[in-house]
Design a protein around this ligand. Structure first.
Ligand SMILES: [Zn+2]
Ligand SMILES: [Zn+2]
Length: 233
């Protein structure tokens, strides 16, 4: 079972804790560091690191505070440069080059977003198997085998976006940005259908937009397509 704690999953802040019996991996640090420490019960000793996907503040704002507290930070060279962070806790990782953090084996991969060098992460741990983590991307060019869990952004549906444009609730320029930077329900479904879901146990949808998404509809639609339980983060 994947033991996941969600501290934030929206454009106001993203942070997830992956707990195993002895270790914790932090995904993103786009919430206040005090909230992260509180969620960890101020016990940082089991934390093996924090993966950051890209430099936007909703994913990275506590990066300096975590590094200063001794937490190892992993991200791409482009993201770290854009954030202006360096030091012995800061580790550059590369797309398609596997690395380890404690007993987690992690494979970063390129995603498509309006950021310097954004990454998704394929994460393996013997206690839960293979987890795919991909957010802030409008498309994923890779295919993955025998995934056990998928955490994926599902920001908006084209249907709701167009409805909001027609009613004047959304400016067309924002629509254009969303289409080339964030994952739509329609593209998430295409991505899921292109992958091997035979070992899949659960899907977590992340980073839903407040105005252009419908959590219940998204959950139902993806459960129908994949046949596995879907939770909204
Ligand atoms: Zn974001
Ligand atoms: Zn972003």
């Amino acid at each position: 079972m994947l033991d996941l704690k969600v501290l934030g999953s929206s454009s106001t802040g993203n942070c997830y804790l992956i707990n195993t019996s002895k270790e914790v991996l932090i995904l993103e640090c786009g919430v206040h560091y005090k909230r992260i420490f509180e969620a960890l019960n101020y016990n940082l000793i089991n934390v093996v690191g924090c993966l950051v996907t890209h430099e936007h503040a909703d994913h990275s704002k506590s990066v300096n505070d975590l590094a200063k507290s001794g937490i190892e930070i992993y991200s791409s060279a482009g993201t770290l440069k854009a954030l202006g962070v360096e030091g012995h806790r800061i580790h550059k990782v590369q797309s398609e080059k596997q690395f380890r953090a404690g007993n987690f084996i992690i494979l970063p991969f390129e995603i498509q977003h309006d950021a310097a060098e954004p990454l998704g992460y394929l994460i393996y741990h013997p206690e839960f198997g293979k987890l795919l983590f991909a957010t802030d991307t409008y498309y994923i060019k890779y295919k993955f085998n025998s995934l056990n869990y998928i955490m994926v952004e599902c920001n908006y549906s084209k249907k709701l976006l167009d409805k909001n444009i027609h009613s004047g609730n959304l400016i067309p320029a924002l629509r254009k940005r969303l289409l080339s930077s964030h994952f739509s329900l329609e593209n998430v479904i295409k991505f899921l259908e292109a992958n091997d879901l035979s070992a899949l146990k659960g899907i977590m949808l992340m980073h839903l937009s407040n105005s252009n998404s419908n959590a219940n509809e998204f959950k139902e639609e993806i459960e129908t397509v994949t046949g596995v339980p879907v939770t909204i983060c």
